[in-house]
Design a protein around this ligand. Sequence first.
Ligand code: SF4
Ligand code: MG
Length: 327
Amino acid sequence: NGLKKYFPIKGGVLGRTVGEVKAVDDVSFTVFEGEILGIVGESGCGKSTTGKAILRLIEPTAGEVKFEDQDITHINAEEMRKLRRDMQIIFQDPYASLNPRHTVEKIIGEPLLIHGMNHAKERKSRVKELLEVVGLSAYHASRYPHQFSGGQRQRIGIARALANNPKLIICDEPVSALDVSVQAQILNLMEALRDEFNLTYIFIAHDLSVVKHISDRVGVMYLGRMVELTSKDKLYDEAKHPYTQALLSAVPDPDPDIEKERVILKGDVPSPADPPTGCAFHTRCPMAMDICKTVRPAFLPVEDNHFVACHLYDGQQQNISHYQLNK
Ligand code: SF4
Ligand code: MG
């Protein structure tokens, strides 16, 4: 609720703080148990930072993170360590996140050891079980990360995340670095695992076509803000925010008879160190009005389960925040 993460910009010979990057700027949303919430946006929109701030891998500048009704924003490192059993993360680049000098057995066994599985034999059998769950085999346990393909390495990353039976997994672009043919296999695996172990995912991607397959709801971020959030079907069929509409127009339609008019946005994404006033999207928005330059639009529902931050819907929105709605 109201999550913010500002990074200081250091400059000059004295390394003083000369400004700040508003990587995440007042973002509120709820993730329901058992759902897959997709979060989409271009690089630099703050989606990874949001994911890391939720897990307190980076400290939020302001706002509140609740996990199962517990406010975890300010709990100490020891309490957070215990909670990490329940909250895991899978990274984009499985190679960078796996220690190249450790065997798969050691990599997957490490979180087990951290959380008290002290007997080597017990760990070994749990590692074997986890390898099978992700579609690898026990004989892979003695190998090293470089002996695997990209897709297999992501399976190892998933096995490690599953080791302690988590409830929530933040998936930070888990398939972006993989070949398209392998992406589908990993997405199918992740979906099957969600069903089998009743997991909840926050699934971060830069591409609307990736989250379309897997998400129950999708949130769209732009320059540190959530601009739209609704069910997958509504987002793909009735997107309300001009930025979402532009992103969707760039996704090729599988039906060749449907010709889409592609919305070309002018200019590049502005720097989060100096975001535009008012609606951060106003410098590129084809629908921008005068008010958009000065007044930041509130993130409010236009109808049940459909949040949007845009002045085009002023007067249609119910004055109830996402936080109030789900408290
Ligand atoms: Fe465009 Fe204005 Fe809506 Fe922002 S608030 S998306 S600039 S119409
Ligand atoms: Mg990222």
